[in-house]
Ligand binder design. Structure first.
Ligand SMILES: Cc1cc2nc3c(=O)[nH]c(=O)nc-3n(C[C@H](O)[C@H](O)[C@H](O)COP(=O)(O)OP(=O)(O)OC[C@H]3O[C@@H](n4cnc5c(N)ncnc54)[C@H](O)[C@@H]3O)c2cc1C
Length: 395
């Protein structure tokens, strides 16, 4: 998602782009099926996708606006409720299947001069400020000014460049599935904190949810092994039947969760973006939103570097990008990590604290507004592509 968005934005700004993707996406659209991988996109991610011309095609496929968010704790009475109407906003964000984002980006890329090489990987890479040289697994060569690693958490580009990445296993796995809710989804994203991890219910269409159920690896295995009937029962129970009976629509899958952060994002002739640079807990649905901010900040730095006559791989420009993003990514990671530890805990004192915290945050308006701004993706210096109303793509 992040690499394709960046490739598109750069191609639209007359940069010459080669996109290497070992697993090109399936491009056909099947409205009757649902992708197990979905993203809660903030308003600023929506702005970026609109500014590169893909939001309308995404809407034409399928996006679901959510207008309210309700968060509560298993152990007590702590609850917090957000409503877009209190902010004068039409919604708090959108839930979008990852395949919808990727399909729109790849269709738009096909209309640019970008050289797309599906099924190809890098076999050897060498990067310097003056230029980079790649040898691909089919023996092909690529010579360019800059290598951008947007190849996810297990980034081969990052490892080949010798950039260390700090990784902390969360000892939690996320079970994901699409489920039907007896009482409909009420345009609301729900999240319940439980000692083993949060259960998130992300609304899709009128009566479906995409669930992200974080729990211990052993419990995740059990949830996958349960019969459909028993899984439905357990899930309905864990959501306190607030949405009536929840029942599976299709497969379940599991993802191990970890915190990860690269020691640096840039070297001469090389930059990392998205999960290749940082991975966070999905509990606040921020991962790809941070990645889109990286993409926007790198576009700004490269366009500015070009205007100043610098080589595209010049460390000066790349450092501007890193400075713009690393602090914010670190702060978001720390906040999510803190939430994860505060809520995935059965200690009586922590339980009291979080119930007090949720209740207080619900009553204290400025604190609540702060949470809402974070949910919308505001409260950070925005790259130009992430701002509202830049209208049509540059080219
Ligand atoms: C259960 C779960 C729920 C989540 N929910 C949310 C959410 O609600 N909101 C949110 O913002 N984030 C969410 N995230 C996080 C989000 O999915 C990631 O942050 C996002 O996928 C990162 O995008 P990316 O493009 O950087 O990397 P990826 O999505 O990992 O994409 C990497 C790309 O690189 C390609 N690639 C791999 N290896 C190579 C190689 N050697 N050479 C070239 N290309 C390669 C892959 O094929 C892929 O296309 C969630 C994560 C999980 C696990």
């Amino acid at each position: 998602m992040v690499g394709a968005a960046l490739a598109l934005a750069l191609a639209q700004r007359d940069f010459s782009v080669v996109l290497l993707e070992p697993r090109p996406p399936a491009m056909q659209w099947d409205a009757a099926s649902f992708d197990l991988r979905v993203s809660a996109l903030t308003r600023v991610s929506q702005n970026l996708l609109a500014n590169i011309g893909v939001w309308d095609p995404m809407e034409a496929d399928r996006v679901t606006a959510y207008r309210q968010m309700h968060v509560w704790d298993r152990a007590g009475l702590g609850e917090i409720h957000f409503d877009a109407a209190d902010l004068g906003e039409p919604d708090l964000g959108h839930i979008v299947e990852n395949r919808v984002i990727v399909r729109a980006l790849w269709r738009a890329l096909a209309d640019t001069p970008a050289d797309i090489r599906g099924g190809r990987r890098i076999r050897e890479q060498s990067c310097a400020e003056e230029g980079i040289a790649l040898t691909l697994d089919d023996g092909g060569k690529v010579h360019a000014g800059l290598l951008i690693g947007a190849d996810g958490a297990r980034s081969q580009v990052r490892e080949a460049a010798g950039i260390e990445s700090r990784r902390e296993d969360y000892e939690q796995h996320a079970v994901v599935a699409t489920v039907h809710a007896e009482l409909g989804n009420r345009d609301t994203a729900w999240q319940r904190f439980m000692p083993q991890g949060p259960l998130a219910l992300l609304p899709m269409q009128k009566d479906l949810f995409s669930i992200v159920w974080s729990t211990s690896p052993a419990e995740a295995e059990r949830l996958l092994a349960l019969s459909e009937e028993s899984f439905n029962e357990r899930l309905s129970e864990c959501s306190e039947r607030r949405l009536g009976r929840l029942s599976l629509r299709g497969e379940r899958a599991v993802f191990p969760l970890a915190l990860q952060h690269a020691g640096c994002y840039v070297l001469p002739g090389l930059a990392l973006v998205g999960d290749a640079a940082h991975v966070i807990h999905p509990l606040a649905g921020q991962g790809v939103n941070l990645g889109f901010l990286d993409a926007g900040a790198l576009v700004d730095a490269l366009v500015d570097g070009r205007e100043r006559g610098r080589a595209i791989g010049a460390l000066t420009s790349l450092r501007t990008y890193e400075r713009a993003r690393k602090g914010h990514n670190t702060a978001t990671q720390l906040a999510m990590d803190g939430f994860k530890h505060l809520f995935s805990n059965d200690s009586g004192a922590l339980s009291l604290l979080r119930n007090f915290g949720l209740g207080a945050a619900n009553r204290i308006t400025p604190l609540k507004r702060l949470f809402e701004r974070v949910a919308l993706g505001q409260g950070v210096d925005l790259p130009s592509l992430s701002r509202l109303g830049r209208t049509a793509p540059v080219k």
